[in-house]
Design a protein around this ligand. Structure first.
Ligand SMILES: [Zn+2]
Length: 199
């Protein structure tokens, strides 16, 4: 009696044992696939995380200073309001800021490379500095004694020249720098990027 029972149970185990092994194998394979998938998606996440972390390290946000000490804003930036220009006897927008100070020194507002040093009768002496992240700063109405030349590397605060009255388009004003800022070749309001505390 007991032998018969054992035999039955034994048979059952023998038969179902195959299934149990098969199921165990299937589960093992499935979980192996699952783990592989999880690992590979973790790797992808890790890769994404790494590249996300590298971006700010390799291109840290640009830091701006001011173009003059104790900036006095003679004319602010206006891109949607016409301002009367007495030397040209016309109304126009003013895509820059006219800045003066007792100390006439004009400084680069950020690290960069001097892209051009020009003179024309409308803008006077101008220095253009290319920065990272698509920014370019332009300093016009400078005196003739420009301190930098094309290709020079400049730091934030490097002296570029001195404010003057060389801009024909802005004649009649005290010595000042006409400062403009470009982002991806488009004039932008410097107030959005620089901290003018003495306005
Ligand atoms: Zn101006």
């Amino acid at each position: 009696m007991s032998k018969f029972k054992e035999g039955k149970i034994g048979n059952f185990l023998k038969k179902s044992g195959k299934y149990i092994i098969a199921i165990t194998l299937a589960v093992a394979i499935a979980s192996a696939i699952g783990v592989t998938a999880a690992v590979s998606s973790n790797n992808q996440n890790n890769n994404t995380n790494i590249s996300n972390e590298e971006v700010p390290v390799s291109s840290q946000k640009i830091v701006f200073g001011l173009p003059m000490n104790n900036c006095k804003i003679l004319n602010d930036y206006f891109d949607n309001e016409l301002v009367y220009n007495s030397s040209m006897n016309e109304w126009s927008v003013h895509l820059g800021m006219d800045i003066s100070s007792e100390d006439l020194s004009v400084f680069s507002v950020a690290d960069g490379t001097v892209k051009s040093v020009d003179y024309d009768s409308l803008s006077g002496y101008s220095v253009e500095v290319e920065h990272k992240d698509g920014f370019v700063s332009v300093y016009s109405s400078l005196a003739e004694n420009v301190k930098v030349k094309v290709g020079d590397s400049v730091k934030i605060g490097t002296k570029l020249g001195e404010a003057s009255t060389t801009s024909g388009i802005e004649g009649g004003q005290d010595s000042h720098v006409h400062f403009s800022l470009y982002l991806n070749d488009k004039e932008v309001d410097p107030n959005n990027y620089l901290e003018f505390s003495n306005k």
